[in-house]
Write a protein that binds this ligand. Structure first.
Ligand SMILES: O=C(O)CCC(=O)C(=O)O
Ligand SMILES: [Fe+2]
Length: 316
């Protein structure tokens, strides 16, 4: 066959030889001369494109650093930080609750896959009765708030959901919360009796659907202490896998020199101080469904909440 397939185009074999430009030299021998066959215009364009690619590669490399990849198993990766002055000023008045230093941690060995499956089942069981019209739904086991349409309903006040959540569900939530609390206490060198579960505490479901209300806009950068004033320590437990269950949706810390990303992974626990040192956002989910659980702790006993329990059902 005289035709050769190259770069999706059919070219004549004779053309290919021409392009490589085998020419007779003085000795009558064939010597390949690639350059002579390419017009200067094409060569200079190639050089410009290559230079641009090199510049883009080296400048963008420093803007985003992956702190935790989905395919890694981390037993406690840490990134130390400077606490923001506002955070320190506020937290300093709480004895036994001041972190030795501000940090971020990721652990893949604290929450088990069995626990993840149980938490996912809780989320799906509840959200089946609701879900936002937009891309973000939440279910808060403490307040009972769950997204439905363009608003929220209370799962504990709806007859159709009466006793939907069982003692086992609440026990699971509580045991994961306790593990997270002790991990925070150990790694920030604070007293576990001086940090209290606080509101809100929820499981989120994020998709690529367009936002309908502002509650669906999960991708804005924020400081947790501003969004949820009672927070002092934030924890996130991921219930689905980046690039397996969904695309997009990485967690991103915004830092001065470069951004730091965490790729969600089933059972991955991320903990960090809730002040300005940890400005962050979640990338828009491009496809699939992303689940995560937010559990936070406060140093302020007045902002403490009880563990969610079956006593929440107050339907006669
Ligand atoms: O789901 C996440 O990765 C982060 C969610 C978040 O930023 C928050 O709940 O404040
Ligand atoms: Fe947040």
């Amino acid at each position: 066959m005289n035709d050769i397939k190259r770069r999706g185009k059919l070219v004549k074999k004779s053309d290919t030889v021409n392009e490589l430009n085998f020419k007779d030299n003085k000795n009558g021998k064939h010597k390949p001369s690639i350059h002579k066959g390419l017009p200067l215009r094409v060569l200079s364009r190639g050089v410009v494109i290559a230079s641009l690619l090199i510049v883009v590669y080296f400048t963008s490399k420093d803007e985003l650093r992956t702190f935790a990849r989905q395919n890694e198993v981390l037993s406690g990766k840490v990134q130390p930080l400077q606490c923001s002055p506002q955070y320190l000023k506020e937290i300093n008045s709480y004895d036994g609750c001041v972190p030795k230093s501000c940090k971020r941690f990721v652990f893949d060995t604290v929450v088990s896959l069995t626990e993840v499956e149980g938490l996912l089942a809780i989320a799906k069981k509840g959200l089946k009765h609701g879900r936002s019209l937009g891309g973000a739904s939440v279910i808060d086991l403490h307040s009972g708030a769950m997204s439905k349409g363009q608003a929220f309903i209370n799962i504990y006040e709806s007859h159709s959901m009466k006793n939907l959540f069982t003692e086992d569900d609440f026990n699971l939530y509580r045991s994961v919360k306790e593990k997270v609390k002790y991990t925070i206490a150990n790694h920030f060198n604070v007293n576990a009796d001086k940090i209290y579960l606080t509101h809100p505490t929820f499981i989120s479901e994020m998709t690529s659907r367009n936002a309908v209300t502002k509650h669906d806009e999960y991708w804005h950068s924020h400081v947790d202490k501003e969004t949820y004033p009672s927070f002092h320590y934030t924890s996130l437990v991921y219930l689905s896998d980046y690039n397996i269950n969904f695309e997009g949706g990485r967690f991103v810390f915004i830092d001065e020199k470069y951004n730091t990303t965490i790729e969600p992974k089933k059972g991955r626990l991320s903990i960090f101080t809730s002040g300005h040192e940890n400005l962050h956002f979640v990338e828009k989910v491009k496809s699939g469904v992303r689940y995560a659980m937010t559990i936070a702790f406060t140093c302020d006993k007045k902002q403490a909440i009880q563990d969610p329990s079956i006593d929440k059902y107050n339907i006669p």
